[in-house]
Each structure stands twice: as C-alpha cells, then as structure tokens.
Write a protein that binds this ligand. Structure first.
Ligand code: CP
Length: 302
C-alpha cells in the first residue's frame, strides 16, 4: 500500500494490520521517552488547506515519535495567496525531498488527484464530505480496546450523515468488520439510499438508541451544508442532542464517541461529553498510535 486515500484502500485484513501495529505504537507512546527510530531520515509534510486541531497535531506528533523530519504547510500563509495553484504548490513541496504528504482539503477527491501525480505517499486527512480514513481507524482501535470484538457490536451514528466524512469512513470500516450500524438524523441530512451501504436508517433518535452498545455523535457540518437544512439549532438539539435521559435507552455500558470538535449543548449535552461513558479523549490519545502505524506502513516499508 502506497497511499491511504479511503477505507477501501484497506481490506478487513489491512484494517486489522493497522490496529495490531497501533497496539505496539501505543506502548511506545507510554514510555518515558516516547520515540523510536523507525522513520529516521524520512520527511513527512502536513498540508492543511482547512482548519484542524486534532488531526494535524496528531499526525505531527506521530511523525516525530517515529523520528521523521516534519514540515508544516498552512494555506493561509503560503504563496497560494499569490495565485499559485494547488498542483504547483504540492510539486514545489515535493521537490524539497519528502516521503509522505498528509493532506486535508475542502474538496472531495483532492488527495486522490495528488496521489496520481506525486511520487510521495499521500495520506487523506479529510477531504470535503468524502472520507477521513485515519479517524475511522482510530475509532475502530478505540472500540476494539473497549469492546474487544466488532462482530455483533451495535452502533448508532447520529447527526449530519450526509456531510460527514467521518460517518462515511466509519460506515465503510465498521460494516467491513462485521458491526451492526444504525444511522440516525433528519431526512435533510441523510444521503439517499444510505441503506445500500449496509446500515439501518432511523429518523427518530430514541428508536435508534434502543439497545446500542456504542453511540457516535457527529457535529453539524454547517461549513459544508450551504443551505439551511433545519429550522434552528434549538430545534435540532431538541430532536438529536444526546442527553443523559436518551443515553438510558442504550445498553448500561454504552460508549459515547465523537470525532471532535464537539459543540456542547448542540449535538451532545456537556454532562454526557464528560461522563464515564465518554471515550472522546481516548479517541484522541489512540489517534497518535494509529497514525504512527499508518505512517510506518506507508513510508517505513520503502
Ligand atoms: N476529528 C477531526 O478531524 O478533528 P480536527 O478537525 O480538529 O482535525
């Protein structure tokens, strides 16, 4: 595997390999000196054309813990502002001698185009409403850590499914691994024929939550919606916010996940986000180990 553009680049076996390798790297991140020389001499560049806190810092930390050299590119302070194109920008960066590019871009498919043109490995760190494969991998790692097996696990993914790259990558990965996936959200935020992906569709949140082992909440992707898809945020919260009362519909040991950033009081009540059922910060911690595994597999093996 040279690039990671979407979950389909990994079969169930590939996902399993990333998760196994992440286990070893999680152990590394817990050492006093959390560093190994696996990518010494390699250069990893982060090219972010869209805002990020978790993914960007997580990839940069992962690369440093593997002893890679790192470069960071911010679109807002680059020569893109002087009219340079995306391709010329990326070719310029590649000419400096790099092994892997981590790309986030608002346009779906941008990492795929770069992968066709560059010699370096391309890792999709989120492209529009398309995919966010490393988020799904770290979510699966966290699920495996807490629940052991995917087969038979009942999950509800809730919110703006239509505009969520996290939902898309998670659905692909979870269905591949044998989990039972429900999706819940307003009809205006649901892709047509979503059931063809192997999920069960709900518009009523309470019905979707009944008996689930895991609840994955999503942020409203207002920056991608374009038009108003709901009368008001207050109305959305009334129908789709995960509250302590709604959590009682799930199994007693339910896990609450969220890729972040969270909007407290909109899709998730603060007391739920901070509850013992919440694994939101475990997801962040595991993200570093999972991205170490991905970077190692893509650029370490060459
Ligand atoms: N989950 C996620 O992609 O968060 P960031 O936008 O902060 O990177």
């Amino acid at each position: 595997m040279k690039h990671l553009l979407g979950i389909d680049d990994l079969g169930a076996d590939g996902i399993g390999e990333v998760l196994r390798l992440a286990d070893s790297f999680l152990e590394v991140t817990r050492r006093d000196i959390p560093k190994v020389p696996a990518l010494r001499g390699k250069t990893v560049v982060s090219l972010f054309f869209e805002d990020s806190t978790r993914t960007r810092l997580s990839f940069e930390t992962a690369a440093k813990r593997l002893s890679a050299d790192t470069m960071t590119f911010s679109a807002g302070s680059s020569s893109l502002r002087k009219g340079e194109s995306l391709l010329d920008t990326v070719r310029t960066v590649e000419a400096m001698g790099i092994d892997a590019i981590v790309v986030r871009h608002p346009a779906a498919g941008a990492p795929n185009i770069l992968a066709r043109l560059l010699r370096a490995s391309v890792i999709n760190a989120g492209d529009g409403g398309h995919e966010h494969p490393t988020q799904a991998l770290l979510d699966l790692y966290t699920l495996q850590e807490k629940k052991r097996a995917f087969k038979g696990l009942r999950l509800a993914i809730v919110g703006d499914i239509a505009h969520s790259r996290v939902a898309r990558s998670n659905i692909y990965a979870l269905v591949k691994m044998g989990a039972e996936v429900r999706v819940a959200g307003p009809p205006t935020m649901m892709p047509q024929e979503i059931e063809r992906l192997g999920v069960t569709l709900f518009h009523n949140l309470d019905e979707a939550l009944r008996g689930v082992d895991v609840i994955m909440m999503l942020r409203l992707q207002l920056e991608r919606q374009g038009i108003a898809l709901f009368p008001s945020i207050r109305e959305y919260s009334r129908l789709y916010c995960l509250t302590p009362e709604r959590m009682k519909l799930a199994t007693p040991d339910v896990l609450v996940m969220h890729p972040g950033p969270i909007n407290r009081g909109v899709e998730i009540a603060p007391e739920v986000a901070d509850s013992v059922s919440s694994v939101i910060l475990d997801q962040v911690t595991n993200g570093v180990a999972v991205r170490m595994a991905v970077l190692y597999l893509l650029s370490g093996a060459k």
